[in-house]
Design a protein. Structure first.
Length: 548
């Protein structure tokens, strides 16, 4: 907050300079909120005026107004600027006017609804607008419903009257395919469950659940209803791979007939397979991707796979299901394209190393913000815990519990240092005593919450995959990887590149480095398009090298 954003990125508009007033007359609270100290000026009395407008710089230096910040909403944990969605939709040549709102379905489910007025004599399917948006904004910013109106309702002052906008219908929405009724009792049960959760009267057997506005939380509700009615547990990853009633019905029928769990792509094995098919088919070499401890990230990776193009097969490897004995099923022989994000980067590195040792070819090893190899001094922590544990005759689980406690204390001390420096900085930059006191209370409150959790419920911590990774990483010393490593770094994680560079140089390896915008998380959620472009460039280069 309060930092400049790159060209093209939306942010709040601040105004500075000699023309800025000193504040509001007799309104000290509003003055403190809107007139802030100017960190870019060497004049002690200089102020920045916080407009509350959402805007962005264009490449030609012009400033584009995107709307008001009071249109910012929070949906499923994501902060969304409705004005940004409206701005992108308005760029479509067929769209005249557009308004996006947040509507409540049922008792608690919230969804984005876009009201669109097309130019005269223009006709446009909902899918075209959805695709136009999906190319420029993250999936969670694409409205679930598009309503086409002849004109937007206006109030007496000529502004859009949002309260007068019509409520979305619960009829079957317009899709690419016409409505097809259920053909079997199983399809009828599934379409009924889908319609109930989505708040629709009916759902076609070929309608994509996510294209109708579904998301992972609603998917879990559908799975729960099907478990109750059919007595079958459908894993979320299978639901994501087969998001239509027709495909789900096929899977349920096979599960009942065979009393086994076949995957969507007929991969032999059971539900414990570490492979999740995000995008099958295509003419290119498959890309195998380890997404670290981000369990349930399949929705974001589905979005990434879509932007890599339909010709690029994309498979997730879920590391917490590896037993080290699984035979290769998707691609028995190389050359392989591998990638890993965060902690998954370390596992991708080791998988590539073992494949090379077996005589296989790894055409691409792409590590995205990978966890740095643990330095030797830190690996002594695990050795010390194991040594003490063996002396005290503690089992492996008890040793893991002690590691969790030590790590929790370390994280608290690190957080305390960061929080105290922030409190000091905020108090130093605040000129009013009330603001200083507020910052002090907030900072100390956060420290107390962390302190309260210093003795956590170890059984819960043991289930967190991050902790499992950290425990395993303490015992991992990377061996030589003879091939080239491709790194994709965000600016925030650049410090890790130095640790990896030391590792590469020590083993006389080869490295190629790409930069991606955002931080460790937003590079995957907000800047996914650039992320996909960089990754696609790496894969295309690797596949061209194979052909040369």
């Amino acid at each position: 907050a309060g930092l400049p954003v790159p060209v093209g990125v939306a942010g709040e508009l601040y105004i500075g300079g000699v023309g800025v007033a000193r504040g509001y007359l007799n309104r000290p609270e509003l003055t403190a909120e809107r007139f802030l100290r100017d960190p870019f000026s060497d004049q002690p009395q200089a102020r920045l005026y916080r407009t509350g407008d959402l805007a962005r710089y264009l490449p030609n230096g012009a400033i584009e107004y995107l709307g008001r910040l009071d249109q910012q909403i929070k949906l499923r944990g994501f902060r969304i600027e409705l004005g940004e969605i409206e701005s992108v939709l308005s760029q479509h040549r067929a769209v005249g006017e557009v308004v996006v709102t947040l509507q409540i379905y049922g008792s608690s489910d919230q969804r984005l609804v876009a009201y669109v007025v097309l130019h005269k004599d223009c006709k446009l399917p909902m899918s075209a607008l959805r695709e136009h948006l999906a190319q420029q904004v993250p999936e969670y910013m694409v409205p679930s419903v598009f309503l086409f109106l002849d004109a937007l309702p206006l109030n007496s002052s000529g502004k859009v009257d949002r309260r007068a906008l019509p409520a979305p219908s619960d009829e079957h929405p317009e899709t690419e395919a016409s409505f097809i009724a259920p053909r079997t009792p199983t399809e009828e049960i599934i379409t009924t469950a889908l319609a109930r959760v989505l708040g629709l009267k009916q759902v076609s057997i070929h309608d994509n659940f996510f294209a109708l506005g579904g998301h992972s939380l609603l998917a879990l509700q559908v799975i729960s209803q099907l478990r109750t009615i059919l007595g079958i547990e459908i894993p979320l990853r299978i639901f994501i791979e087969a998001p239509t009633a027709a495909r789900l019905a096929e899977i349920v029928t096979r599960m009942k007939d065979q009393e086994v769990f076949p995957s969507v792509e007929e991969v032999k094995g059971d539900s414990r397979t570490p492979i999740v098919t995000v995008q099958a088919g295509g003419t290119k070499k498959p890309f195998f991707y380890l997404h670290g401890e981000w369990k349930g990230a399949a929705l974001y990776n589905w979005q990434l796979a879509r932007h890599l193009g339909p010709e690029q097969p994309f498979y997730l490897l879920e590391p917490y299901k590896f037993d080290g004995l699984a035979a290769p099923t998707i691609q028995p022989e190389g050359p392989y394209l591998l990638g890993g994000w965060c902690n998954g980067g370390l596992m991708a590195y080791e998988i590539a190393r073992q494949l090379q040792a077996q005589g296989q070819t790894v055409a691409l090893l792409a590590l995205m913000d990978p966890t740095a190899p643990v330095p030797a001094p830190r690996r002594l922590v695990r050795s010390a815990i194991s040594l003490c544990g063996n002396f005290l005759r503690l089992g492996k689980d008890q040793q893991f519990d002690w590691f969790l406690r030590v790590q929790h204390i370390y994280r608290y001390l690190r957080f305390s240092r960061y929080r105290l420096s922030k409190i000091s900085e905020l108090i130093k930059n605040s000129e009013q005593e009330e603001a200083q006191l507020s910052h002090l209370k907030g900072g100390l409150g956060a420290l107390m919450l962390k302190l309260h959790a210093l003795v956590p419920r170890v059984t819960l911590l043991r289930q967190e995959y991050t902790n499992m990774y950290d425990w395993a990483a303490l015992d991992y010393a990377p061996d030589l990887y003879p091939g080239k490593i491709t790194f994709l770094w965000t600016s925030e994680e650049a410090w890790r590149s130095m640790e990896w560079q030391k590792e590469v140089n020590a083993k006389e390896g080869e490295a190629e480095i790409y930069s991606i915008p955002g931080n460790h998380l937003t590079s995957r959620t907000e800047h996914f398009q650039t992320f996909a472009e960089r990754l696609s460039e790496c894969m295309d280069k690797a596949q061209k090298t194979l052909l040369s």
